[in-house]
Design a protein around this ligand. Sequence first.
Ligand code: PLP
Length: 380
Amino acid sequence: MKKEKLLMTPGPTMVPPAVLMAGGEPMIHHRTPEYSQLFRELNKNLKTIFQTQNPVLTFPAAGTGGLEAAVVNFFSPGDRVLCTSIGVFGDRVATIAKAFGLNVEKLTVPLGEAVDPRIIEEKLKEQNYKGVFVTHNETSTGAYNDIEAIGKITKNKDILLIVDAVSSLGGLDLKTDEWGVDVVITASQKALMAPPGLTFLSVSNKGWEAAQNSTSPKFYWDVIKARKAMEKPSPQNPYTPAVSLLRSVNKALELIIEEGLQEVFHRHSQLAKATRAAVEALGLKLFAAPQARSNVITSIKMPEGIDGEKVKKQMAEKYGVITAGGQEDLKGKILRIGHMGYVHEGDIIQTIAALEKALIDVGYPIEKAVGIKAALEVFN
Ligand code: PLP
């Protein structure tokens, strides 16, 4: 009999049954009081999760759509921006910004490390930038950036801090208003534990001023138009919204709020600690630098002669646990375990067991169950 596999990738992630069921409710029309009520609730819940008093916009798209929306709404061709990159997703933002004619300076950090906020501070002294783009959690490496420290540098300056929180929001703490983040972008399919298909952007007052001045071409992504529709007495969207996905996300946000944001962050921290302890107990090395290790994903360096792709395949096909491999230059060299969203202790134990067995299968000698024991000790 076929059994469902355990989805331990860094997105899409596992979705709670109640969230799937909410998406399966009968369709409603989007210009009705019923829809407005749903959208009103979603907007309120999004503000709680984003830790902001500012409006949070919803667009039907993948996270990359949200990143493009940030580029075209808050900047104009020729604007100088600093794009920090600690991996694939930092690179992607820089590519989008270049595609829309922004004057991009890239600040690239070795893979596995976080950006040193002091370097950003120095860069801002050298040049006038209109914006700084930073990835919160770099999903391709398992490292995360210190947004609070970067916010302190940009907060009282005439510059926008734009944070890609696609794989972190709802898993890592991100105090949007308190830390002075102008635009936060996320998506439905990661720590928000809903199906893929929606992207969300919070926008500060500074961000709204910038949006008024932006001359970049845009139509579908226009945040001013989206805000006007959202702030009608009966909240709406300019175009047909993804009603079922909105229902799913709203249910997922309710579950997060019910558990409590701090509790959710604590759960992620425990999952990460247990995973890291298991990996190290098995004699493997963690890929991310010690001070940059994220609580939503663990990336593991593959030992000399061991192909991460083979380990991943074995874990999925033989032991029913789906993880992710390395991307681009890291292909085969690392294995990434996502532990964001709807993940609990038992999922980590099952994943470590699959990892141990797969390592033995590919010819890497380990002492059986030492990883599991280390993980259990964290949970106890
Ligand atoms: N940014 C980060 C940090 C991500 O992890 C991802 C996806 O993994 C993206 C952006 C792109 O999101 P999407 O695949 O939804 O376009």
